[in-house]
Design a binder for this molecule. Sequence first.
Ligand code: FES
Length: 177
Amino acid sequence: MHVECEHADVAPDAAELSRRRFFERFTIAVGGVIGAMVGLPVIGFVLAPLVRPARPVWRQVGPVESFPLGATVKVEFSDPSPLPWSGITAKTAAWLRRVGKDEFIAFSINCRHLGCPVRWVDGAKLFMCPCHGGAYYEDGSVAAGPPPEPLARYSVRVTGGQVEIKTSPIPLTTFKS
Ligand code: FES
């Protein structure tokens, strides 16, 4: 016995085809827009250093007299080349120590292992990294843990009574094979 499906040989009419085509194109267009929204910022982030290399920039961090002699204090400033959409992430910091009337030392706040922000522990006279137990002596040299190099230093100068730090991209360790 032969049973035929009621709709088996019914061809889609022109309206149905046109609706399908519309939804196909609509789906492709929406996918394209979402892909662009996700992909373009990623591509921009990857290519930004090539297109617009970050140059070191002098940043004021405060008047000389606001820094007590011998104290190691945290100073904050903007990244040397913040992107327009960086927001709060454009902020970075350094550890600044006044060692003379107009003499300062500035250490990067980023650990040389994987970049976590180190903290100055005045009682122990050590910079401590919270991520993997790295520790640095007062002069930035490695005291313990995985950091392969001393803390990076920034150049410091005094201009018109203001302390300025020559900032640069985060000075992470370059691993050599
Ligand atoms: S990031 Fe500082 S010890 Fe690993």
